[in-house]
Design a binder for this molecule. Sequence first.
Ligand SMILES: Cc1cc2nc3c(=O)[nH]c(=O)nc-3n(C[C@H](O)[C@H](O)[C@H](O)COP(=O)(O)O)c2cc1C
Length: 331
Amino acid sequence: MGMDNLQSLLGIELPILQGAMGNLSSSRLAAAVCEAGGLGVIGVGTMPLEEIRRRIAQVRALTKHSNRLGLNLPIQVHPDPAGVLRLAQQEGIQTITLSAGNPQPYIAQLQAWGIKALVMVSTLAQAQKAEAAGANGLIVSGIEAAGMLSPQASPLLSILPLVTSQVSIPVIAAGGISDGRGLAAALILGASGVQLGTRLVATEEMEAHSNYKEALCKASDPEETLVVGIKWGSPRRLLKTVYAQRLLEQEQQQRDEQQQQGEQQLLHREKWLEWVSEEQHLRGALHGDLAEGMTLAGTSVGLIKEIQPVQVIFRNMLAGAQQVIPHLFQK
Ligand SMILES: Cc1cc2nc3c(=O)[nH]c(=O)nc-3n(C[C@H](O)[C@H](O)[C@H](O)COP(=O)(O)O)c2cc1C
């Protein structure tokens, strides 16, 4: 299943999808991605329906290519998943990415409306289930990715070729990809395209705080990210800030203490969910308070050196991939 199939499935010109970014999702970024030929995505996070409509309208005002705009529904995160899908249909959205929950109940409805359903998966079993349920494509997310990770996630190098050899729908690779060599590697492993998160935060168009973007450019090693929340069965990869380190310390402390049962344990989990809430995400990423708010980052931070326009990133990425695997780009 090649790049061309993915591009014609989604009506895009490049094999590149923008990753969803929860409540941080930026209309300017999504519009820039559509303009540059990729799939722009507004992640609905926990947004009220009116806010989602407002952001779709903003994207439409910024680009003629808003037919390349998709929505991401994080199923267990949004309070009204069915409402989001109805809104997508009313708004004429053509692609939905489904993550963070069981996609099965939603795929048939999307198919009936003619909306393409891309399902984010992290294991072979999830991939096969999503294909059997009628998904149009899969986004295989590796352990390298920023943000919420499946507790079962593996390195992309191991899971991607396995999935691409076992399914017959287009597969998009996500996690740790930031340059042309990353795109080339994903294509060689059988993917039809890539989804970028961290690389697209450090762009001119992204509406995030400069403290966050600059911290991504300054981080020089994958070691400058860390995974919190394993204890709670809800891992997330974050930039290694004071805030993230504090989260990890708290988690380790509780693991070291006698496992507390019942109510106490529930209280700890509730507190934890507050610390990684969308509110804390906006505090860190939008308002730039890196010490008291959360900032997400994938392991490719070491490859990201400067804040650039989306178009430049895409152009360099394509050129870089074509240089190492010219045969895959020959028509
Ligand atoms: C700021 C930020 C917020 C994210 N929020 C979401 C989200 O709401 N839903 C989702 O499916 N993925 C989310 N992700 C994951 C991305 O969509 C993408 O799959 C991931 O970042 C790819 O890995 P990379 O960051 O290494 O490129 C988020 C990523 C970032 C950087």
